[in-house]
Design a protein around this ligand. Structure first.
Ligand code: NAD
Length: 457
């Protein structure tokens, strides 16, 4: 414990030297990080296969490729982001100049989950480095092979008084990390339940926090949807990483008139993508551990299975599974599924669908499949949610120009691209006044000046 506090104090001291502030320093660190990731690309891929059965192609799309692309974009735009941004000056302050001045927050703590263990730790790290901060990184303990390689990357690339890697069991380590030291920001990705603990700990020290949480993201398929495309895109995203994705469609709301046709398309697509025996598929993942495997098996219990349902505990395998219209009172409709089970629920009217969505308010994402633009806009406005897509799912995550984050239950704050830089910066509002003219109107005595003041202000 004393050792940990000494480490954290050393980080604070390094930050106070101002060494992280110059743009060149930040870019150099990002370049070093890029080189290390490239060096460890194969090791990371093997580790992610061992932890979650991810193929090297999937690792590139959802983990390493994303992170490298974020580094490139950051390096390219950093000078523009760091530059003071002029804003108009109000009448009483003319001829002064007003501008926004971003500055680093200080020492930030980043906590990551296990489902994309590399990407979800390194994406916020890039933003924190770009914004000129020192960082403490807490990876998930549930993906040990990846945890080990990430530790090697960080230790080889950065001095521990700049970026400290702190692996360990969350329930034990996080209180140690957070009670002993005041961070300038905490960035947490994980479950809503643990998010609440983190938020309380941060609040105790008045530390601002970004929370990237989970929830039940609905996917609406209206009678005007192109069903073949909808089925392909839904199956592709829902069963990627065996459904262990925060922005995966949690359940489908399908207009009654197209429900049977969509189910046929979903079944055919699952067969096409993963074959008769998905357990042998190159593209199909595994559940992270026995605890989650059992949780998912329990969620299936008593449900009508339209497709799939096979499972193998030894291999932590659960087949892509379609469930027919579970009751809204069933656990599978009350908690985030976070696995390869997809409830398909019919609806007759928009009001009925909306009432179902409202049972799990503020989802992280919302997806609408329809060819009717007005209908799409209607749904985008009806539901409060973090971010989403029309006629596809999860792909908004890949666009760095869109802020990524939840709302209330599903999160607080946003990141990716410039939004990450802003999350890890404090934006100072600055007015630079002139010493001439020095108008007497604003000085005491104000007596008798009301008429003029009313004109000016
Ligand atoms: P988790 O909350 O169990 O763990 C996340 C982190 O918190 C880990 O580093 C863990 O060590 C730590 N932790 C666990 N228990 C703790 C405790 N009692 N006290 C303090 N720290 C603790 O989450 P998870 O199971 O790793 O991830 C799954 C959840 O994360 C899902 O709900 C999913 O939707 C969500 N998620 C959200 C996003 C997003 O970007 N919004 C991305 C991925 C996952």
């Amino acid at each position: 414990m004393a050792g940990l506090i000494n480490h954290l104090n050393a980080i604070r001291s390094f930050f106070n030297t101002g060494g992280t502030r110059p743009s060149d320093f930040r870019k150099q660190q990002l370049l070093r990080l890029k080189e290390s990731i490239l060096k460890y690309e194969e090791a990371l891929s093997n580790a992610l296969f061992s932890d979650l059965h991810k193929s090297k192609e999937e690792v590139w799309i959802t983990e390493t490729g994303m992170v490298l692309s974020e580094i490139n974009a950051c390096i390219k735009s950093l000078d523009e982001w760091m530059a003071p941004q002029p804003v108009p000056t109000n009448f009483v302050n003319i001829p002064g100049k007003s501008y926004l001045l971003p500055e680093p927050l200080g020492v930030v703590l980043i906590i990551a989950p296990w489902n994309y263990p590399f990407q979800l730790l390194f994406m916020p790290l890039i933003g924190a480095i770009a914004a000129g901060n020192c960082v403490v990184l807490k990876p998930s303990e549930l993906t040990p092979a990846t945890e080990k390689i990430m530790g090697q990357i960080i230790a080889e690339t950065f001095a521990p008084n700049y970026i400290l890697y702190a692996p360990g069991e969350g329930a034990v380590l996080i209180p140690e990390l957070m009670d002993a030291f005041r961070y300038d920001h905490v960035f947490y990705t994980g479950s809503t339940a643990v998010g609440r603990i983190i938020y309380q700990k941060a609040a105790a020290q008045l530390t601002p926090a970004t929370l990237e949480l989970g929830g039940k993201s609905p996917c609406i398929i209206t009678r005007n949807a192109s069903l073949k495309v909808a089925a392909k895109r839904i199956v592709n995203i829902k069963f990627s990483n065996a459904g262990q994705m925060c922005i995966t469609p949690d359940y489908l709301l399908v207009h009654h008139s197209v429900k049977e046709a969509l189910i046929r398309q979903l079944k055919a697509t699952i067969l096409k993508f993963y074959g008769e025996h998905p357990i042998t598929s190159y593209d199909y993942g595994r559940i992270v551990n026995k605890k989650h495997f059992n949780r998912l098996r329990n969620l299936m219990e008593g449900q009508t299975i339209l497709h799939g349902g096979e499972h193998n505990e030894e291999q932590l395998f659960i087949a892509p599974t379609l469930l027919d219209a579970p009751s809204m009172e069933a656990p599978v409709m009350k908690e985030e599924i976070f696995g390869p089970l997809l409830p398909v629920i019919g609806y007759g009217s928009d009001e009925e669908a909306l009432a179902r969505i409202r049972q799990n308010e503020n989802p992280l994402a919302l997806y609408v499949f329809t060819s009717d633009k007005k209908e799409a806009d209607h749904w985008l406005q009806q539901v409060p949610f973090g971010g989403g897509c029309v006629n596809t799912a999860a792909m908004h995550y890949l666009n760095k120009n869109l802020p990524f984050g939840g709302r209330g239950n599903s999160g607080i704050g946003r990141y990716h691209g410039r939004f990450s830089f802003e999350t890890f910066s404090h934006i100072k509002g600055i007015l630079k006044a002139q010493t001439w003219p020095d108008i007497p109107l604003a000085y005491p005595t104000l007596k008798g000046k009301l008429k003029t003041l009313k004109k000016v202000i």
